[in-house]
Ligand binder design. Structure first.
Ligand SMILES: Nc1ncnc2c1ncn2[C@@H]1O[C@H](COP(=O)(O)OP(=O)(O)O)[C@@H](O)[C@H]1O
Ligand SMILES: [Mg+2]
Length: 466
């Protein structure tokens, strides 16, 4: 498990606080140690100053005059405590020492420096032992109560000050880090906005730029690099758009230019055929082939031109289109073109209308129906259904023919894509029919999809209702 904070901001603030807390702890320990040392030194001085008078007096009538209140005195003979007392206001108070206390007193080095003793009967005491005149040992001690209190107060004060400092540092640090990292956030926001732009086609303007580009800061360097990258991407996209545009213009011009000579060829072929005269059967056949093929080519050119126009995003007509009637007409045409198939209609009682281009929508349906007629054997049943969904209108063309190979069911909407690899001219056209269906549907804000397996192929058109 990763216990480290995730964001840079949290990491920086956590680091700052840990460092600060560490320094505060060191400072706190050092000051209270130093203070304790100074105060102990002063107590030791006092201890030497008072001498052993009180301890010596314990033997015969305590002498508490001029002694510090709470001063401890004890007399030991042969390592055994014989007298012990603490200076009270008037006289010495007797003290009940525990065996451990007596042992500790007896263990004091005689004539040694003062030591701190924790007497269980009293407070902590600073004591020292001195050899008495008659072979006894006199112990004098001063309470450390005040020293401990002073150090305790200092520690409390430090604790509250350090806590306050940490809290302020946390808040100020958070704001500071937030301000310093703001450019990074702006870069992220810009990047997100750019990624939401429709970059995959058409004319793209990448007007977005990051404002922080000061090269003296790290974030500025990132910002400047990011802006440069955006600039390059914009140039590349513009170039792509220009190329696309040129190709489109070329396709549009080419198909447009082809129409006139094609019309002329067809006209002349028809004229020659009608005129007849003494024409051999072979020539007649050749002329009729010229007529038929140039007719197919005109269709192809028209389809190409339509696709190019849809690509260009030319506005379509926006009229009320009665889909029910459209389905009846298109199915009638298909029945005439493929009388060997069974054509069925599933229509609702009330007519269903959408807003759109009636010619193009008719073409969509005609393409689907001609496919269902051409790419399936005789005897196939084709069902055309129009249905109203909650906020869409569904037109489906279903046949029980052999179906489309599964791996091709997405591809068939591409231009010039046909499932029949032989590209035989016997069936269908050049593979533009479904590409047109998809483009027209997209231009209407609708969609087309296909579900196909052997025995059932369903093309579904979805159009926005209304
Ligand atoms: N109802 C269908 N049943 C089987 N295959 C179909 C059907 N509709 C379309 N296809 C396949 O999809 C391909 C693409 O159709 P389309 O774009 O209209 O081109 P075209 O009809 O000119 O061949 C067709 O060549 C055909 O292989
Ligand atoms: Mg077709």
């Amino acid at each position: 498990m990763n216990l480290l904070p995730r964001t840079i901001r949290a990491r920086m603030i956590a680091g700052l606080l840990v460092l600060l807390a560490f320094s505060c702890a060191i400072l706190g320990v050092a000051t209270s140690l130093a203070m304790e040392r100074v105060l102990l030194g002063r107590i030791d001085q006092q201890l030497t100053g008072y001498g052993v008078r009180f301890a010596a007096s314990l033997e015969h009538g305590e002498d508490t005059r001029g002694q510090a209140k709470g001063m401890f005195g004890a007399r030991l003979v042969d390592g055994r405590v014989t007298q012990v007392g603490v200076v009270a206001r008037e006289a010495a108070l007797p003290v009940k020492l525990s065996p451990q206390d007596e042992q500790a007193l007896a263990a004091l080095p005689v004539g040694g420096p003062p030591e701190t003793l924790d007497l269980s009967a009293l407070d902590d005491y600073r004591v020292h032992a001195v050899a008495g005149r008659d072979g006894d040992v006199l112990v004098t001690g001063l309470s450390l109560h005040e020293v401990e209190e002073a150090v305790g107060r200092l520690q409390l004060l430090e604790l509250s000050m350090f806590t306050g400092t940490l809290a302020v540092a946390g808040v100020v640090g958070a704001v500071w880090v937030r301000l310093s990292l703001r450019p990074l956030r702006r870069i992220a926001t810009t990047a997100r906005r750019v990624s939401e732009l429709p970059l995959d086609s058409g004319e793209v303007t990448l007007a977005e730029r990051v404002p922080d580009t000061d090269p003296r800061t790290e974030t500025g360097l990132v910002g400047a690099a990011f802006n440069r990258m955006l600039g390059r991407v914009e140039t590349a996209l513009t170039r792509r758009h220009v190329v696309e545009q040129r190709l489109r213009t070329f396709a549009a011009d080419a198909s447009h230019e082809l129409r006139t000579p094609l019309a002329a060829i067809r006209g002349h072929a028809e004229l020659a055929l009608r005129d007849g005269g003494q024409m051999s059967a072979d020539v007649r056949h050749a002329l009729s082939r010229i007529d038929a093929e140039s007719g197919r080519m005109s269709e192809l050119v028209d389809e190409l031109l339509l696709l190019v126009r849809l690509d260009e995003g030319r506005p379509l007509a926006r009229e009320e289109v009665d889909l029910t009637r459209l389905a009846i007409e298109a199915t009638g045409d298909a029945r005439a073109a493929a009388p060997g198939h069974r054509w069925r209609l599933e229509l609702p009682e009330d007519p269903i209308t959408v807003t759109g281009d009636p010619l193009r929508l008719h073409q969509v349906l005609a393409n689907l129906l001609s496919n269902a007629g051409v790419h399936t054997p005789d005897g196939t049943t084709v069902t055309v259904a129009v249905r109203r969904l909650p906020d869409e209108v569904l037109v489906s063309v279903t046949d029980d023919g052999p179906g489309i190979p599964a791996d091709l069911s997405e591809e068939i909407f591409e231009r010039f894509s046909r499932a029949d690899p032989g590209r035989s001219r016997a069936t269908g056209g050049a593979g533009l029919g479904l590409a047109i269906v998809r483009a027209v549907m997209a231009a209407h804000g609708g969609s087309v999809d296909v579900l196909s397996h052997p025995g059932r192929t369903e093309f579904r058109l979805l159009l926005p209702a209304g």
